[in-house]
Design a protein around this ligand. Structure first.
Ligand SMILES: Nc1ncnc2c1ncn2[C@@H]1O[C@H](COP(=O)(O)OP(=O)(O)OP(=O)(O)O)[C@@H](O)[C@H]1O
Ligand SMILES: [Mg+2]
Length: 208
């Protein structure tokens, strides 16, 4: 499946505001009457949610390659059973993270080979890829402050070091620069309502 699919994703480090923006977008589309589905990665199917639980449980010591394969398996299941059928039915799909996250976290963060990751993305996604993605960029210190203010215990990924998240953030910015037609980079420190308006304005370019 290729072409200008109504498939959009939100990207950014933990706490950058992806879920906040997704909730605002869902509300926006509900008002306009377009059929929209939202998915969260890893997750979105029973099998993918079981893999999510494995990936985020701080009790699990998961090696980087195993982590890459688990994220890929969760994504393959999500694409085949939810995203591709929704797109085929003409629905708008909004994703809270998608494959770019793997390039940022497992590529730049863990240091795994980018070409290997791209091959796995091809296998898992079978050409189902977001037409456009929004990168919510925040500093690692802002990220930490938001996660601490949230008060929930940190998951396995959120427990990673300052250096790890610096690499992930810089990785995202580099990915967005190299794929500039596919990305809108937003300063995630701006007010949620303002960010929402910018996202809605950009989606209008795609007839959404
Ligand atoms: N633009 C913003 N300015 C200030 N705070 C924000 C903004 N957007 C979201 N927040 C707050 O930051 C915290 C993290 O936001 P949110 O859960 O949307 O991030 P996320 O990217 O989905 O995080 P995760 O990757 O952990 O799921 C929440 O407490 C949220 O209220
Ligand atoms: Mg979230």
């Amino acid at each position: 499946m290729t072409g200008n699919l109504p498939f959009f994703s939100l990207e950014g480090v933990d706490g950058s505001g992806k879920s906040t923006q997704l909730a605002l977008l869902i509300e926006h589309f509900q008002k306009s009457g377009r059929t929209t589905i939202s998915v969260r990665e890893p997750g979105g199917t029973p099998v993918s949610n079981a893999i999510r639980a494995l990936l985020l449980d701080p009790a699990n010591d998961i090696r980087p390659t195993a982590e890459l394969l688990l994220y890929s398996a969760a994504r393959a299941q999500l694409v085949e059973s939810v995203i591709a059928p929704a797109l085929q039915a003409g629905k708008i799909v909004l994703a809270d993270r998608f494959g770019w996250s793997t390039l940022a976290y497992q590529g730049f963060g863990r240091g795994l080979d980018q070409d290997v990751i791209r091959s796995l993305l091809k296998i898992a996604c079978n050409d189902v890829w977001p037409t456009h993605s929004f990168l919510l960029d925040i500093s690692v210190s802002a990220m930490r402050a938001r996660l601490e203010a949230g008060g929930r215990p940190a998951d396995r990924m959120e427990r990673e070091s300052q250096d790890f998240f610096t690499r992930v953030r810089e990785g995202y910015l580099s990915i967005a620069a190299q794929n500039s037609q596919r990305f809108t980079v937003l300063d995630g420190a701006q007010a949620p309502e303002h960010l929402h308006r910018l996202i809605v304005k950009k989606l209008a370019d795609f007839g959404i």
